[in-house]
Design a protein around this ligand. Structure first.
Ligand code: ADP
Ligand code: MG
Length: 407
C-alpha cells in the first residue's frame, strides 16, 4: 500500500464524513456493516451515503468485504493515510506531499513540506504489512482481539515512536525533531544525511565507534535501550569542524576538518533497562555496531564491551533522568507498550537487522480475510463519527506536488 495523495482532492465533505464513519466503526468491527456506516456518518438520506461509499471504494479508501453474516466495508491503509494526512494538513504540520524516499518493512517514509517550504519527513507506520498472511491465517488471533488490528497497532507504534523521540530530543540526544503525530503517522524534521550503511569510508572509525558505544551507554543511563541500534537507524551527518582546520590534512582519509555526527532514528521497539530481556537487547545493539564496523571498516576495538553490567552500574552511580518512566507518564502506558510488543513479536517484527527488506508484499493488506469473526454482540456505542472534520472538502488546496506513486 502506498500513500496516494492524488485521491485526496476529489472527496466531497459527505465522502469525508462517510470515511470518518467507517473509521469510527472499525474500532469495534473488523468489517463495518453498511447500515452502521450510514448511522456513523451522521448524514441524512441513505442514498447520498451509498453514493459516497461507492466513491470511496472506487479510490480504494475503503474496501468491500463479503462476510458470512453480512456485507460491509473496512478502512484500507489508503483511507487511514488520507485521514491522517488531512489532520496534519489541517493542523498545518504538512502542506504538501513529495516523494517516498524509503520503504521499510514496517513503514513508508515520505518527504513532505511545511507551507514555509521547509522539508519534513512523514513516517507512516504499517505494522504487520509483511507478515500479513501469517496473521490472516490465524483466525483466533483476530477473534480474540478486535482492537488487535494493524490499524490500532500501527497507531501504537507511531505514538510510541513520537513519545520517545520527544523525550530523547528534550534531553539532548541527537534525534530528529518530532513535530506531530496523528493516527499511524508522525511528522518529524528531515535529517539531511545518509544512513551509516551507505557510508563507504569513515576517516577515523575508532572515533565514530566509541561515540556510538557511548551513545548506547548514555541511553541506558537514561533508562533506555534502543533495541534496533544498527547501520540503518544511524544517520551520519558530515559537519565541517572549524577547530580542526589545517590539522591532519595529509590525506582525505584522515581529514580532521570533517566531523561525522550520528543521528539516531526509529524508536518503536525501544525498551526500558528494566525490561526482562534488557540485557539481550543491549548486547544485540552493541554487537550490531561491532559487527558492522568489523565488516565494513575492518575495525575491531581493543576495548571489550560495553556490557549491560556497566550500564546498570552507572544507573546507580550517575543516573540520568528516567526517560522510560517519563514516556510512560506522558501517555504511552505500560499496557500499550505490552500490547505493541506482543503484536510485534507475533507478526515477526524484529527491527531492520532481522530479515532482508522486501517490497513485494506491499498490497498484502488489500487481500485480507473475506469473512470476519466479528459478532453482533459488539453493538456500536457511537452514534456519531466523533472525529468528523468539517474542513475535509477543502482538501483541494492540499497542493500535492507529486504523487509518491510516480516517484
Ligand atoms: P523503519 O521503521 O521502517 O526502519 P525508519 O524510521 O528507520 O523506518 O526509516 C527508514 C529510512 O528512512 C531510514 O533508514 C532513513 O534512510 C530514512 N529516514 C527516516 N527518518 C528520516 C529523517 N527524519 N530524515 C531523513 N531520513 C529519514
Ligand atoms: Mg529503521
Amino acid at each position: 500500500m502506498k500513500l496516494d495523495p492524488k485521491a485526496m482532492r476529489y472527496l466531497s465533505s459527505e465522502d469525508f464524513r462517510v470515511l470518518a464513519g467507517v473509521e469510527a466503526g472499525s474500532r469495534n468491527h473488523e468489517v463495518v456493516p453498511t447500515q452502521l456506516i450510514v448511522q456513523l456518518s451522521g448524514l441524512r438520506g441513505g442514498s447520498g451515503v451509498h453514493k459516497s461509499i461507492s466513491t470511496l471504494a472506487k479510490v480504494n479508501l475503503i474496501a468491500k468485504v463479503k462476510n458470512a453474516k453480512y456485507d460491509g466495508y473496512r478502512l484500507t491503509y489508503g483511507g487511514l493515510d488520507y485521514l491522517a494526512l488531512n489532520t496534519h494538513k489541517k493542523n498545518k504540520s504538512v502542506y504538501s506531499v513529495g516523494n517516498r524516499i524509503g520503504v521499510g518493512k514496517e513503514s513508508d517514509i515520505i518527504v513532505v513540506a511545511h507551507s514555509s517550504g521547509e522539508q519534513r519527513i512523514l513516517k507512516i507506520h504499517r505494522l504487520g504489512r509483511i507478515s500479513f498472511r501469517t496473521v490472516k491465517n490465524n483466525r483466533d488471533y483476530l477473534r480474540n482481539r478486535s482492537t488487535g488490528s494493524w490499524m490500532y497497532m500501527s497507531r501504537l507504534a507511531a505514538m510510541k515512536e513520537f513519545a520517545f523521540m520527544k523525550a530523547l530530543r528534550e534531553n539532548g540526544f541527537p534525534v530528529p525533531e518530532p513535530i506531530a503525530q496523528n493516527r499511524h503517522t508522525i511528522v518529524m524534521s528531515l535529517i539531511d544525511a545518509f544512513p551509516l550503511r551507505q557510508i563507504s569510508k569513515v576517516p577515523r572509525p575508532a572515533e565514530l565507534y566509541s561515540e556510538l558505544m557511548d551513545m548506547i551507554l548514555q541511553l541506558a543511563r537514561y533508562g533506555l535501550i534502543h533495541g534496533d541500534f544498527n547501520e540503518f537507524n544511524i544517520l551520519i551527518k558530515e559537519e565541517e569542524d572549524p577547530d580542526a582546520k589545517g590539522k591532519g590534512r595529509e590525506s582525505e582519509e584522515n581529514d580532521e576538518s570533517i566531523r561525522l555526527v550520528p543521528i539516531i532514528i526509529d524508536f518503536p521497539q525501544m525498551i526500558s533497562v528494566d525490561h526482562p530481556n534488557a540485557e539481550m537487547y543491549f548486547d544485540r545493539d552493541v554487537n550490531c555496531i561491532k559487527r558492522f564496523f568489523q565488516r565494513k571498516f575492518h575495525f575491531t576495538s581493543d576495548v571489550p564491551g560495553p556490557f549491560f553490567a556497566d550500564a546498570r552500574k552507572q544507573l546507580v552511580e550517575n543516573p540520568g533522568k528516567r526517560l522510560d518512566v517519563e514516556v510512560e507518564a506522558s501517555g504511552f502506558s505500560r499496557k500499550m507498550a505490552r500490547e505493541l510488543e506482543a503484536y510485534m513479536k507475533e507478526v515477526g517484527v524484529d527491527g531492520d537487522a532481522g530479515a532482508p527488506r522486501e517490497d513485494e508484499d506491499e498490497d498484502g493488506d488489500e487481500e485480507e480475510q473475506s469473512e470476519s469473526d466479528d459478532d453482533n454482540e459488539e453493538e456500536q456505542s457511537e452514534n456519531q463519527a466523533d472525529e468528523v472534520d468539517e474542513s475535509a472538502h477543502k482538501l483541494e488546496d492540499l497542493h500535492v506536488s507529486k504523487s509518491p506513486l510516480e516517484a
